[in-house]
Write a protein of this length. Sequence first.
Length: 264
Amino acid sequence: MRPNRPISLLALLASSGLLAAETALAQPAGNAADVVAVGKLERPAANAPAGSPCVLRVTSVAQKPSSVSLKPGDTMAVVGEHAQNCTAEGPVRVTGSVVSLGNRVTVHGTEIQPVAAAPTPVPLVMAGGPSEAVMSKRLEAAELVVQGRVTEIRNAPVIAAGGARPKVSEHDPMWKEAVVQVLQKVKGEAPDTVVVRFPSSRDVAFRDVPKFKVGETATLLLSKGVPTGPITEAPTQRFYVAPSRADVLPPAATPRLRQMLNNR
């Protein structure tokens, strides 16, 4: 009779342990806590062994068990049917259960969802324009803020105090009115059409006051009042003014102004 060899039993136990470890990598442990992490899902390195899991390059960690060391900048292996192709456009949120710690945390991904990228803030003005601090003050002071299109330019019904027409001088502002069709309402109770009065004169006194043309579309920060010059408002007419270049912005500024109002 050949003597028993204990090493065979040890080998059997060792192989059973390896099998259990491999099984643990394929399925989440029953008592594993959920992990929620956001990052970029990547394929395994080109020299990685066949069947290597996908890798999440972590940018933020929303949830993890205290026993798991996982922080932005780490990589996390993701296994399971949801991570088979390792492809995703942009950042993803991985929800799963820890199945192995080792040198790299391995998670059985039960849910992988794309994360919407934060919208890029729309620049308020072009380069060289007023700062956002200035625009914030203009936004606060404006009675109406609208995006609109100029549909008509007409002469303003100028009336001087006492009902007589004012005397014409070399510094006559030559008042005009822009009839603006409102496309978007940002601030205030704007009607469907607003009237914006402006000096059409190129005199140095009115050089910096915005001028309007038919067909133009702009975002307007409008104030109610009497423009600069010898003029009073007709009793039954309501008009607005945009006396500064900072009050007439490109249409692309509309979302940014709306965001600034929402953040107040």
